[in-house]
Design a protein around this ligand. Structure first.
Ligand code: GN1
Ligand code: MG
Length: 375
């Protein structure tokens, strides 16, 4: 945690620091620094944008503002509480989206009261709600033109490009770590001809370009403490144009795995098929009439690609001396990479079962036959 005096200096850009009662660091994310600011009667979230990851924090906030304004308008129209159905950012005392203090970019948002998110999913009903939240996010933004958004991280889910960067790091072997991950490298290389499976369809236009959240971990989805129903998606930094398959895949990769992302004991890592079903049901329920048959045909590939891609990203960061993801133990990125690649392997073994589950859900939800995946 930073010095309290420094944090109060940042607070001063948004509030009268005299009235701050407590500042607490929240340590769940891998990228930004996040603090909870408590006042007598309310709380706020203060966040430092990682400028190593986001080359243009102003671009990030421009994307975010466009998205939240669009969602807020729709939610108000639907009679939902706009303080819970979307993130609300607080402007600085000079009316700016970001406070720039010592060349660091800080932003602030309302803390959502009586709500929670999950670091680990353990209940099918909750994961069904999370599926609805992710599907609803897509639905709410289906009439927003994705081209308006900046690519705030270039080629974020361009898997062939991620692989190219990994190969460069292997060749460079700057930290002499290649010897520690030969099996992982081999696992990835054996699958390299499949890495363009989504990006090529996006480029061809056979699946639509949509607004995607790109970080649909369960911990980024707020649920109502009382009703356990979904409220909204938070952590909007990576909202960009892409395919909804990224959001489907990322949510399952995280939420349907039996183990956390950095579990060392790989015997705990596996894909929970009941959770796959629960999430898929919520997701497809919200997207009926919007999602296309070809997108459905590629749902499994969405899960596969996002999982192996994150494995590659963790491995790349390990070979690059741990510069990107925040680490808190020795070989943390290698542990995460092994975990995600093991999960990829288990996903491959369950490919047919996953596709059958998707078809069962489609039938249950009354989708026409043309939407069913050919097995
Ligand atoms: C990062 O912001 P955070 O910590 O939720 C990363 C995601 C990864 C995730 C893995 C900008 O997300 O892409 O899926 O870690 N965000 C960025 O836990 O790279
Ligand atoms: Mg994030």
């Amino acid at each position: 945690m930073r010095e309290k005096e420094y944090l109060l200096e940042v607070c001063e850009e948004f509030f009268d620091p005299k009235n701050v009662i407590e500042i607490k660091e929240l340590t769940t994310g891998n990228i930004n620094e996040t603090y909870l600011i408590k006042f007598a009667d309310c709380k706020y979230i203060l966040q430092l944008l990682n400028s190593h990851v986001y080359y243009s924090p102003i671009g990030v906030m421009n994307n975010t503002r466009l998205i939240v304004d669009h969602i807020r308008k729709k939610c108000i129209y639907q009679g939902k509480n706009p303080h819970k159905a979307v993130l609300n950012f607080i402007k600085t005392r000079f009316g700016q989206d970001l406070a720039i203090v010592n060349d660091e970019y800080w932003r602030c948002s309302e803390y959502i009261e009586d709500a929670y998110s999950l670091e680990k999913v353990s209940d099918e009903q909750e994961f069904y709600e999370i599926g609805k939240a992710v599907g609803n996010f897509q639905q709410l933004l289906s009439d927003f033109h994705p081209e308006v958004l900046d690519d705030t991280i270039k080629q974020f889910h361009d898997t062939p490009e991620r692989f190219k960067k990994l190969k460069e790091l292997i060749d460079l072997n700057y930290y002499d770590r290649v010897k520690n991950c030969q099996n992982e490298i081999e696992f990835i290389c054996m699958r390299q001809n499949k890495f363009d499976i989504l990006i090529k369809e996006l480029k061809k236009g056979s699946i639509p370009k949509r607004v995607t959240h790109n970080d649909t971990k369960a911990s980024n989805i707020m649920l109502d403490s009382r009703t356990k129903k979904y409220l909204c998606l938070i952590d909007l930094d990576t909202v960009m144009k892409g395919t909804l398959l990224f959001d489907y895949g990322d949510a399952l990769r995280f939420g349907a795995s039996n183990a956390s992302e950095d579990e060392i004991d790989l015997s705990h890592v596996d894909l929970n098929l009941d959770f796959v079903k629960a999430f898929t049901k919520g997701f497809l329920e919200e997207l009926k009439g919007e999602i296309t048959p070809f997108e459905i045909a590629l749902l499994y590939e969405g899960l596969w690609i996002i999982t192996i891609e994150l494995g590659m990203r963790f491995l790349s960061d390990y070979l690059d001396g741990d510069k990107y993801f925040r680490t808190s133990k020795l070989d943390h990125n290698l542990i995460r990479a092994k975990n995600q690649l093991d999960l990829t392997n288990k996903i491959e073994q369950k490919e047919l079962q996953i596709k059958k589950i998707i078809n069962d859900v489609l039938k249950e939800l009354g989708y026409e036959n043309e939407y069913l995946i050919r097995l």
